[in-house]
Design a protein around this ligand. Sequence first.
Ligand SMILES: [Zn+2]
Length: 436
Amino acid sequence: MLHRITARPRSWALLFFGSLILLTVLAFYLSSNKEQPEPEQPPEMSEVLEALEATDFHNALIPPLSPPPNWEQYTLQKGDRLSLLWADKWHLPLATLYTLLDNKEGKRHLNRIQPGQHIEWLASRDGQLLALRLWQSRAEGSEWLRENTGFSFRNLTSQREVKLIRLTGTLKGVLVNSLQNMPEIAGQEGVIATALDRHLPLRRDARDGDTFSLLVEQEWLSNDPTPYSTRLIAFDYTGDRMQVRAARHQDGRFYTPEGFSLIPPFDRIPLAERYRISSRFNLNRKHPITGRVQPHYGTDFATPTGTHVRAPADGRVTRSQWHPFAGNYLVIDHGQGFETRYLHLSRSQVKSGQDVKRGQLIGQTGNTGRSTGPHLHYELHISGRPVDAMRAELPSVEKLKGADLKEFLAQSKQLFAGLDGKLALKKLALSLPESR
Ligand SMILES: [Zn+2]
């Protein structure tokens, strides 16, 4: 921070540091005098500094693109609105949708979406759209690809092919090794292992000799032999310390045969009460000085130091450590691709590897690391991408209900039959509705 400021004229620096010291003394005096309220308006310079600090360190905590991003997909349902799906469910920047709608192909195809049409997209780790496909039918689609300047467009002439595969095996070492020598998924072992790992606490509870069966759906274009999408749709894992059986529902989450969610319900904020949000999640935030786009991957709550931070959902602490920019910080894995992060804590109350319950005290907010004022920087990641925790659709029910449950039970019955080898996969593929 210092070298940035010394680049400016010395008299300016003197004036700045002088006033900073004065303000600090004043703030100290005011806070030590209990009758006086705290100064309400921070000086303008501190806001600039706050914006500066908030932009740098998050990138240091976001790991590089590994494993490579996977295609996501959705079949349009009756009553869907593209802009709502885009921002709240798919966590893509709305500005990108407006860019696509701003030319004639976009207007023609994206303005007239119909229930039953299939949409697929590829996004980078930091949430930018890389590619988008809209299928009007199995054989007719539109594709947008990100280029250096904007997006290119083409009509897809090849067919979209879908195939179901059943894999069974015994665990020996790590899962990805147990998936070797299965020619039907050559090159896709990593994707499948990552998918299963997301739904099961494999790393801790898996043992050699455990058995598994997986039902996997692959998609490819008829003119390209490499599948572009490989996804898990049902699995059964039977081990010494763990037995889980679940199928994917149309909301993209996994449920047990009885309809219980594998992911715990979530609170919106990890604090017992509401505090002012001093900085929102913003993928397109411009740096106040350089003008460069530097995303803010979290939500900042202006909390006094020592405010209790509570786990928003059950999970396991995967990191509890120190970082020069993030200060004391925590990472919690909630399963199913949900992860939360807490930065600048004054104290951490949990250790790496520890299980936590929803509502449990996990630490106290503070001002550690590169931070100019006490606050909590809170991040939510879904499937490896940071999303706006204040807007994201959060899991709220532990068990499916009503028509949703009925639909899941009917569909998963077929999926489990396929998984157990009691229903031919070709037959299963035909019995599944097109809109899944
Ligand atoms: Zn922040």
